[in-house]
Design a protein around this ligand. Structure first.
Ligand SMILES: [Zn+2]
Ligand SMILES: [Zn+2]
Length: 332
């Protein structure tokens, strides 16, 4: 099969590699669509420490089951359409035993540490596959993984009913979080992105207000702020607009050595909570259910998918912050 391979950081190849064969309890999925996310940029640059090279990247995907290994539950059959939770938790470390597999000491994931879905086929544990109905296309199916990260973020954040919420970042994650915040009863959800071109999609998917700078919003203080940029300056700007008693969700991925300057006096005196949210934790089924129910407006987030041999260009579009979700359709 054809696959995108990072032979080493910065060394990209479109290679012919052996077709994957399903092991015990595994499925092989013909990839319909696979999204590129910030983690893929870090993997490209050798800045995602768990990744070994060479690797076929790609962890946000949906497709069709084409082969079943032995020991796969009888409910699975060839032709089933699926989205796949890429998480591979070890199950035996203290975090896994505590039900916090996303913090697993031996964390692995399809497309991040083992071969993923920027390929015609990918091998996955059947336990990680979730059926999707025909009403959910492959591109929407490939949005279920980022949506499941947003669902986990919402759980970490807690109730938002009646809150004015500030979302920093109008990329895929900011817009998925914004839609969930709206559905969860926020009084308003304002979205800030330095790239004005991204704000149309925010407005189209339900943002109460949009701006390129938080200082330009009519609402001046927020009970909840969510950083979906990973940019230290955006986190500091969000912190500056927090109301007393507010919560700040750190959702975006900063570089590992980034630092922010926050007032501990304000955290103390205003009882501000700062909450982290990392990836997916038992939230994939809920995300698949939301997508199947049509609860998420996906059209403004998606564009035509790239071909596998256009991966390099597609990655460059992600780096440039063009469009919202950039995806690859390996069958094209
Ligand atoms: Zn991702
Ligand atoms: Zn573990």
């Amino acid at each position: 099969m054809r696959a995108v391979v990072w032979e080493a950081p910065g060394k990209l190849a479109l290679a012919e590699v052996p077709d994957p064969a399903p092991g015990h309890g595994e499925l092989v999925v013909q990839v319909g669509a696979c999204g590129i996310c910030g983690t893929d940029v870090h993997i490209a640059d050798g800045e995602f420490p768990p990744t070994p090279y060479p690797i076929v990247p790609g962890h946000e995907f949906a497709g069709r089951v084409v082969a079943l290994g032995d020991g796969v539950p009888a409910e699975w059959h060839e032709g089933a359409r699926v989205a796949v939770d890429p998480s591979l938790f070890c199950g035996h470390c203290p975090a896994c035993h505590a039900g916090r597999g996303n913090l697993c000491a031996n964390w692995n994931a399809v497309g991040d540490t083992v071969d993923g879905a920027f390929a015609e086929y990918v091998r996955v544990p059947a336990a990680n596959a979730y059926p999707i109905p025909d009403s959910v296309g492959d591109q929407e199916g490939a949005l279920i993984e980022p949506l499941s990260c947003a669902v986990h973020g919402m759980r970490r954040l807690g109730p938002v009913v009646g809150d004015d919420v500030l979302v920093m970042g109008a990329g895929t994650m900011g817009l998925l979080l914004m839609q969930l915040l709206n559905r969860a009863g926020a009084r308003s959800v304002s979205v800030v992105d330095r790239k004005a071109s991204r704000l149309d999609a925010a407005t189209a998917t339900g943002a109460t207000a949009v701006a390129t700078d938080a200082a330009d919003l009519d609402t001046s203080v927020f009970g909840v702020a969510v950083d979906a940029t990973g940019a230290p300056a955006a986190i500091e700007a969000a912190f500056a607009r927090l109301d007393r008693g507010a919560r700040l969700l750190i959702f975006g991925v900063t570089s590992g050595d980034a630092e922010v300057s926050l007032s501990p006096f304000r955290i103390y005196n205003d009882e501000i909570q700062i909450i982290g949210s990392m990836a997916v934790l038992n939230s994939f089924g809920e995300a698949a259910g939301l997508m199947a129910a049509g609860a998420i407006d996906t059209a403004p987030l998606l564009g035509p998918p790239a071909r596998l041999d256009e991966f390099g260009d597609a990655l460059a579009r992600v780096r440039a912050g063009e469009g919202v979700k950039v995806q690859v359709a390996p069958g094209r």
